[in-house]
Ligand binder design. Sequence first.
Ligand SMILES: [Zn+2]
Length: 313
Amino acid sequence: METYLGLDLGGTKLLIGEVDAYGNILRYKRYDSGFFNQKAAFDIIRRSMDDYVANVGWVGEKPVAMGVGLIGRVDPNRGIWLQIDPHRTESIALADELTALYGIPCRIDNDVKSATRAERVWGVGQFSKDFVYINVGTGIAVGTVVGGRQIRGSHFNAGEAGHMRVGVNVGVPCACGRTDCVETIASGSGIDRCARLLKDRYETRLTFPPEGEKRVSVEEVVTLSQAGDPLCSVLVTNAAEGIANLIMNMVRVTDPDTVVLGGSIVANEYVFERIQACLNQNTMRFVTHGVVLTKLNPQFVGLLGAAAVAMNK
Ligand SMILES: [Zn+2]
């Protein structure tokens, strides 16, 4: 049986696992990450891989290939991790380094583009050649598939749609230099920032952990908003409107027949319904398969994406 090794590197954890061609996860192990730059991340990958090889091992023969899903800008053709964030430029030839270290051909890609690959292979790609994958997690990013091919752009920077403005005006400055980008309104980090910015203007029972240490709980925001908490109601209304406008903007740009949502925030049933309620039916008339939640296990979409990168799909 041919298997593929996936490495899903996030801000807090690294998930390593072996996946078969049908998208079944055969075995996996989770490692703590928490890195500040690409070199430190590379060390974490190496240490964790050494442990995985020694203590978990392969299901059968060596995996055919390995794939890594990464934060930031990635050149998948040359296997170069260009940037972890816009303020750092220390590109590393990660694919070649890992291929040499472990003797398994390695490919790499950005995490949301990897998740979009998993959708193409095992998700909505089975019935759609034109879809948009919108990931709403700590940040917001979009994978766009047109005619079966994912759009990447001239600098592998396509899909940074979290930095679109969406008609919700709160006055939150974004790291990109603009104000009120949808990521500052509707992502996990954005909801935290909006909550702190607006907390003196609306009454609330929301818990505020020390700023910079821990974010407000989106789950708590949603639960309190359903109970009529004034601040949390504003936060959820803004987030739902922001995501709905982002969806409709993307629909106007590439004419997809399906919009897939992924990430913990949109997986919440109440938030998902609120987003649906903000969609304009005329704008959405050609989205024949509708706006759907990903069918891929949200805990493992990154790992499946990395395996799809390994398969080079
Ligand atoms: Zn921005």
